[in-house]
Design a protein around this ligand. Sequence first.
Ligand SMILES: *[C@@H]1O[C@H](CO)[C@@H](O)[C@H](O)[C@H]1NC(C)=O
Ligand SMILES: [Ca+2]
Length: 148
Amino acid sequence: MKNQGFVAFLLLLISVNEAKRLDRCELTWFLKKGDMDGYYGTTIGDWICLAFYGSRFNTKSLGGRNPDGGRNYGIFQINSRWWCSTQKGRKSNGCNAYCGDFIDDDIRDDIACVKIIAREASGLDAWYLWRRNCKGKNLSRWTRGCEF
Ligand SMILES: *[C@@H]1O[C@H](CO)[C@@H](O)[C@H](O)[C@H]1NC(C)=O
Ligand SMILES: [Ca+2]
């Protein structure tokens, strides 16, 4: 695990600065680590693009009420109507998760959940934000310059 030092470094940076906003390359690193590159036909660029338009990379982003009654949580804007429970401490819905865990600084569980969503929906079509802003676009700029 030669990357462990780097993770510790990132976590330290995050906690020291109480930063809620990841930078684009940090997010790329977490996505690659989560094996998101090519996952159900998706690319890293798709996920970065979604995170940008959904939250501006803010891990604590919480959206307003959706027409379906849910709210969108965190950097990937996960909808509580379908994927997590808003009841404190209770884990339920598609990701068997508590929505509050999607607005903390640790995005690994968020990534695990969006993988479930991508698997069930065969990609990112579940996200209106992605369909409107990212689908069919040239996404190379989202990962440019981010090599680890
Ligand atoms: C996407 O844009 C980049 C740079 O802007 C370009 O090099 C690349 O060829 C484009 N890809 C496609 C499929 O158009
Ligand atoms: Ca989280």
